[in-house]
Design a binder for this molecule. Structure first.
Ligand code: SAJ
Length: 425
């Protein structure tokens, strides 16, 4: 076993570092966040992930994982830093570049350098390799370079890191072989070797596939609203075909993957990607679509209880959340809003959060924007007694309502909304 240096100790880098340590490597984790580094050296973690706390504690106590503000000489370097996007949606590669530069003083012949960060196609060839070459190294001969994207789901990271198929894209064949050997230490899923650019593109296309399919479902919701069709029933029926899988419509697409990655393709080939571009437009238009329907229900003013702010159910992540966009639009229009999200902490948002009781008190509408488990069965008696109007608009088709006197809308019956369903009191 050798030594691995992991640069970037976030949601991907830290679990990856810990898994390598568990499988016998000596691992040094590097981050610019000194608080995170100090915590880790005490065997504690700065992020939430199932099972990660125990694992890190063990490998730190065993002396196999330590953390530092700067890299060290190692056999393999893994870069797992964020790739945020600029306001025009193009990829900001500054962290990837500076992480690569930070390794240069420590590189030695035979090292393997792996980039796990999500990057636009050709970044390994056009951005990362030239930085290493400029130091005088022959990339692919003296230093092996590869892109190995991650594809794990938060909450299941430690399991998926081991079991998922891993794509290993080398700048040349020998680089792919060397990088695949590294992952072979703990990955039980298939490890598939390819070129760096193919690996870059396949990672982006996984999330783009999902984004485009969700856009199709959202477009169906809009069409069905116009034509008086139950979109949810259409999806159910069409999906009985053995080769059809229409996704679910909703208030839009959020998170740091689906709402970001397709733009990395668009920036490289804008003329050739009208479908991907339009899918992004459609999904981005959904908060506005939701707000138009809120207006149809409550009219120009009223109190709206927002249920759910995160980008998807049962997590605490509000990055790129369409729910937050809908909240801003409703606020601009002057509605009184109360926000209820049992997974979000007050310091995460600039708005005041409410309890369930406070949120529904004298509300004219419950607007469900996230499918948290807590929203599945709501207290119908309280809805009756506390709300001014017992109406729910469930953009995730998630809430189960039994009482017939609660008016319930989802994307299956939008067309039943009249111009105005509630008389103002
Ligand atoms: N959504 C819908 N309709 C659907 C499915 C999802 O509107 O039918 C929405 C969700 O509400 C959410 C957004 O899409 O706002 C994204 O959620 P998600 O669960 O599809 O994906 P992420 O962003 O949490 O994680 C994805 C995963 N990629 C795929 O499933 C192809 C994950 O495996 C990747 O590791 C992750 O992106 C990543 O890091 O790239």
């Amino acid at each position: 076993m050798g030594k691995i240096c992991v640069v970037g100790l976030g949601y991907i880098g830290l679990p990856t570092a810990a898994m390598f340590a568990k499988s016998g490597f000596e691992v040094v984790g590097v981050d610019i966040n000194d608080k995170a580094v100090n915590l880790l050296n005490q065997g504690k973690i700065h992020i939430e992930e199932v099972g990660l706390g125990q694992l890190v504690k063990k490998v730190v106590e065993d002396g196999r994982l330590k953390s530092s503000l700067s890299p060290e000489v190692a056999d393999c370097f893994i870069i797992a830093v964020p790739t945020p996007n600029y306001p025009d949606h193009t990829a900001n590669l500054e962290y990837v570049k500076s992480a690569t530069e930070s390794l240069l003083p420590y590189l030695k012949k035979g090292n393997v350098v792996i980039v796990e960060s999500t990057i636009p196609p050709r970044t390994i060839d056009d951005v990362v390799a030239p930085i290493i070459q400029a130091e005088g190294w022959k990339v692919g001969e003296e230093i092996y370079l590869a892109h190995c994207p991650e594809r794990v789901l938060p909450g299941k990271i430690l399991i998926e890191l081991v079991e998922n198929t891993r794509i290993v894209g080398g700048i040349n064949e020998i680089s792919a072989i060397k990088a695949a050997e590294v992952y072979g230490s703990f990955v039980t899923g298939d490890i598939i070797k390819t070129s760096a650019v193919t690996a870059e593109m396949s990672k982006l296309m996984e999330n783009t596939y999902r984004d485009v399919n969700i856009a199709l479902a959202n477009e169906l919701a809009k069409i069905s609203d116009k034509l008086g069709i139950n979109a949810l029933e259409v999806i159910q029926l069409a999906n009985r075909h053995p080769r059809v899988n229409i996704h679910q419509p909703g208030p839009g697409v959020g998170g740091h993957c689906l709402a970001v990655d397709p733009y990395f393709i668009i920036e490289k080939a804008p003329e050739e990607s009208p479908l991907i571009t339009n899918a992004r437009r459609i999904n981005n238009s959904m908060p506005e679509f939701v707000v138009e329907h809120v207006e149809k229900i409550v009219g120009k003013s009223g109190k709206i209880a927002i249920f759910g702010l995160t980008y998807k159910g049962n997590i605490d992540d509000i990055r790129e959340s369409p729910a937050m966009d809908a909240v801003c639009l409703l606020q601009e229009k002057g509605y009184e809003l109360s926000l209820y999200d049992p997974h979000v902490k007050q310091d995460q948002v600039g708005f005041t959060l409410s309890t369930f009781d406070e949120a529904i008190d004298q509300a004219d509408l419950i607007l469900v924007l996230t499918d948290h488990n807590e929203f599945k069965g709501l207290d119908e008696v309280k809805i009756h007694t506390k709300m001014r109007h017992s109406v729910i608009f469930d953009t995730k088709n998630h809430v189960k309502i039994n009482s017939e006197s609660i008016k319930y809308y989802n994307y299956g019956n939008l067309f039943k909304m009249g111009k105005r369903h509630i008389e103002l009191v």
